[in-house]
Design a binder for this molecule. Structure first.
Ligand code: KPC
Length: 519
């Protein structure tokens, strides 16, 4: 189907995408029928490819995106970030309803109305609108050419095939993403074993008893949601929760607040556990694991969730083009996103961790700029991070432990202060925690700012609550500038009171001292 010369409205895109979800008719948006030479063909129209192509077009280049799905945007709006945010926001609301059941204006909490399936269905029924927007924006506003609902294949670094035609290009940019690795135990493929993708594709019953495997973001985020939605959840983690290799700078106090809070809400967390088998006659019914002391553990279940790591989708690109890959199948690139093969670039999740949105999009931009003759490097070794439990947890820079290992005079400003029991202090409080602050102070969150007492520079910021994530994007930029950000500069900022992380006002309370001390 050729749409190059028609304006497709958002509403029309909705039905066009729905209609093509289960067929393989390509949808083409090509200038000159795809003739001539492109500056880059982006294989994969997820966040990395879409942003790379948009940036290249904006620079005056000619990009082409090819994607196997009938929409652009990739897994984010289809199976990953967007449903995750819907579920996490629901978890936070459910959590508040539970704590305030039959108090104030809250009705008695009715667990029968808290349904994972309802929320999955809500997402499934609504996700096409985000897909429609991606297609509409990319064509009408960004003026980028694309072929969707057709897998692409690189024949060599200058020729790509898709939808029955070949395209000439100066470069190929591979952004084909990653997939969930299956659990490496017998029973991994039984019905009722899910991951973040199959959850939204296949769930057709209300889960009651969940076992999650994994100890990082996905395990914690989905575990908190399942529990809040009334599904009794056990998390089996080899390492302490949130102490996994791909997760850096998690402060121990913050981690404990979050993990203890999950336990208090009923999540069973077993650290040092190793999954050995999933059993069941026509679907997962029992999970067998080895416990921290070598004991055998057994759990009844109707819902196993694989929250372990993902693997890059690099096999085909390796076969087509011979690009070099690393130990985890990631395509190896330099800081300009160049692979081992001349004129071939790789971007996003396919180059390995961190598999985060900022990295995907900036990889795309970096490749585009280099291809367009603007040499630039992208270092993503330091970045702000976040996750959700029934709270939002945000962090950037060094944890207190990391700072103490690297600096002689570390000063910590935190809320609640180290010496005060959280049940005795209704702080921090702001958006989303005001009711907790007044009725259940211990639930009002946790925050910490780590400072080098000598240079007075802020080394790290950590927050559990709601609404602080935005600030951490800017804090990341400020503290990682060559000149950094001092407590004195923080104290000069204009707070929008009550601001969720309270960092500005607390810096102002301490900034007058020449010899900085904890607060
Ligand atoms: C609406 C939204 O930003 C979530 S989907 C993101 C896909 S993309 O814009 O291509 O990074």
């Amino acid at each position: 189907m050729d749409i190059a010369n028609s304006t497709v409205s958002m509403a029309e895109w909705n039905s066009l995408i729905e209609g093509h979800m289960n067929d393989d008719e390509p949808i083409t948006n090509l200038q000159d029928g795809g003739g001539g030479t492109y500056d880059a063909v982006f294989l994969g129209g997820g966040a990395a490819g879409r942003f790379g192509a948009a940036y290249m077009k904006a620079m005056g280049g000619r990009p082409l995106i090819i994607d196997r799905w009938p929409f652009l945007g990739g897994t984010c709006p289809h199976q990953a970030c967007v449903p995750h945010h819907l579920f996490s926001e629901s978890a936070a609301l459910l959590d508040r309803q539970r704590w305030f059941s039959d108090e104030l204006f809250f009705p008695p909490f009715d667990e029968s109305r808290a349904s994972i399936l309802d929320l999955v269905n809500l997402f499934r029924d609504g996700r096409v609108t985000a897909h429609a927007f991606m297609n509409w924006q990319t064509k009408e506003q960004l003026e980028v050419e694309y072929v969707v609902n057709a897998p692409g294949r690189a024949l060599d670094p200058h020729t790509v095939e898709a939808a029955g035609q070949t395209f000439d290009t100066r470069t190929v940019v591979i952004g084909l993403g990653a997939h969930q690795k299956p659990l490496a135990v017998p029973g991994y493929d039984l019905p009722r074993v899910f991951d973040w993708a199959t959850l939204v594709e296949d769930l057709d019953y209300e889960p009651r008893r969940c076992v999650i495997v994994g100890g990082s973001k996905v395990a914690v985020e989905y575990g908190a949601f399942f529990q809040a939605a009334g599904c009794q959840t056990t998390i089996l983690s080899r390492s302490p929760l949130l102490r996994t290799p791909n997760l850096h700078h998690v402060d121990e106090d913050i981690r404990r607040y979050v993990v203890d809070g999950m336990r208090e809400r009923g999540v069973e967390i077993i650290e040092g556990a190793q999954l050995t088998e999933i059993k069941g006659s026509d679907g997962a019914e029992r999970v067998i694991a080895t416990g921290p002391d070598g004991e055998t553990l057994e759990f009844e279940t109707d819902f196993v969730f694989n929250g372990t790591g993902e693997a890059p989708n690099s096999a085909e690109s390796k076969k087509w083009l011979g690009v070099a890959t690393g130990d985890n199948d990631e395509i190896l690139v330099d800081a300009s996103m160049r692979t081992s093969v001349e004129d071939v670039y790789a971007i996003g999740d396919i180059i390995g961790a961190p598999m985060e949105m900022f990295k995907a999009r900036k990889c795309g931009m970096t490749a585009a700029r280099n291809i367009m003759g603007e040499p630039i490097e992208f270092d993503f070794s330091e970045y702000p991070d976040f996750l959700h439990t029934t709270y939002e947890m945000s962090w950037v820079g060094l944890s207190e432990e990391e700072a103490r290992a690297a600096y002689d005079h570390v000063v910590v400003i935190q809320m609640p202060p180290k010496s005060v029991d959280h049940d005795d202090i209704p702080l921090p409080c702001a958006e989303g925690t005001m009711l907790y602050a007044f009725a259940k102070p211990g639930l009002s969150g946790f925050q910490k700012c780590v400072i080098d007492g000598e240079s007075r520079r802020i080394l790290g910021c950590h927050h559990v609550g709601y609404g602080a994530k935005d600030a951490f994007q800017y804090l990341d930029y400020l503290i990682h500038r060559p000149e950094g950000l001092t407590i004195d500069e923080m104290g000069q900022m204009n707070e929008l009171f009550l601001n969720p992380e309270h960092f500005i006002q607390l810096s102002r309370l301490r900034g007058g001292r020449k010899d900085l001390v904890d607060l």
